[in-house]
Design a protein around this ligand. Sequence first.
Ligand SMILES: Nc1ncnc2c1ncn2[C@@H]1O[C@H](COP(=O)(O)OP(=O)(O)OP(=O)(O)O)[C@@H](O)[C@H]1O
Length: 407
Amino acid sequence: MASCSVIPSASSLVSSSLCKLFTSRNSIATVGLLSFAPKSSSFVLLSIKQRAYHESSFRVRSVAVPVEDVAGFDDMVAGTQRKYYMLGGKGGVGKTSCAASLAVKFANSGHPTLVVSTDPAHSLSDSFAQDLTGGTLVPVEGPECPLFALEINPDKAREEFRSATQKNGGTGVKDFMEGMGLGMLVEQLGELKLGELLDTPPPGLDEAMAIAKVMQFLESQEYSMFTRIVFDTAPTGHTLRLLSLPDFLDASIGKILKLRQKITSATSAIKSVFGQEQTTQQDAADKLEQLRERMIKVRELFRDTDSTEFVIVTIPTVMAINESSRLRASLKKENVPVKKLVVNQILPPSATDCKFCAMKRKDQSRALDMIQNDPELSNLTLIQAPLVDVEIRGVPALKFLGDIIWK
Ligand SMILES: Nc1ncnc2c1ncn2[C@@H]1O[C@H](COP(=O)(O)OP(=O)(O)OP(=O)(O)O)[C@@H](O)[C@H]1O
C-alpha cells in the first residue's frame, strides 16, 4: 500500500528540521496528524492526540523540504533604518503565518519588531497562541529581541471616521455639510459622491485608517525602537481598494476643504458673530484635513521603495496564482514595490506516493509552471514553503517555519 508522504515516517525525520516547542511541566500538547485513507479517497484527521508531558519540551514532526530559492533575508535584515514589510494575498493562503514567522525571524536576528494585523478578521492571536487583542501593543513572549504585536480594530477606525464627518451623531451629507458651514451647497455637490463617502465609508477605509494609526504610533518617541514593521494585511480585494482609496479621499476631502476655505474667507465677518459654531466647524475641517494627510502618508508608505516591500503570498493552485498575478499587476500600476512571491503549502517530495498525493503534486507542479510563464510573477524571487503536518501556532513553530521560508 502506498504510504502518504504528508506523514513522514520516523526515519525520514531530519534532526535539523525538528522544532522544539517548549511547554511547561505537565502541560498538555495537542498534535494533529493528517493521514490518508485510500479506500475512502479522502483525507481524514487520523488522530488528535493529547499527550501529557513530564519533560520540559517535545518535538513536532515535520517534513524536510529542500528549499532551493533564497528569500534574500540577508538584505531584509541588513541595516538599522526602519523597514516595512507588507504581506498580502488571497484569503487563507498563509499570510498571517508567513507574516508572524517573518516577525519572529527579525526579532531573533536582533531587530526590535512590531507585527501588525490590519485584516478585519484578525488571526495574529491564533497564530502566536497569545491574546493580542485590545488595539494596543502587546509583547510577544519568546523571541530574543523585543517583538510586539498589534491587532488594529477596524470598527474603531470606522467609528473615528464617522465622528470626524458626522456632527452630533447626525447622519447624511446634509448634516455634515451644515457642520462644515456649507449647508447651502449640498445640492450642487452631487458629483463629489459625498453621500457614499460619508454615509457608507468606502471599502478599504478601515484598512487605510488602521495603517495610518500604526504610523501615528510609530511617530512617537516611545515606539522609535522598532526597526522592522511587518503588516499582515487583509485579503487581496481589501488591498486593492486600499491602494486606490487615498486618491479618492484626497480628491474628495481636498475639494470640500477648498470650498470651505473660499466660503469662510468670503463670509468671515459674518461668521465671527457665531463664535462657537465656527469653532465646531473648524474642528470638523481640522479632522478631515488630518484624515487627508494620514491617507497621503499611507499612500507614500506603500510606494516608498527605500523602506517598504510588499510580499505576495500564494498557494500552488490556479485560482490563487491568477489572483496573485492580478494583485501584482495592480501593485505595479500603483508603483508599490514587490520583489518576492511566497508559494506556501507545497507538498513535500516523496519517494513513495499515494494516489491522492501524486495527483495533488502534479496539480501543484502545473500551478508552479504557471508562475514561470506568468508575465507578472515570473520575474519575482520565488520562495517555496512546504505544507507541514501540524498547524503552525506559537513562537517555536513560527520560528521553525520562518527558518524554512526566510533564508
Ligand atoms: N506551510 C503551512 N503548512 C501547514 N499549515 C499551514 C501552512 N501555512 C499556513 N498554514 C495553516 O493554514 C491556515 C491558514 O493560515 P493563515 O491564517 O496564516 O492564512 P491567512 O492567509 O492569513 O488567512 P486569512 O486570509 O483568513 O487571514 C492556518 O491554520 C495555518 O496554520
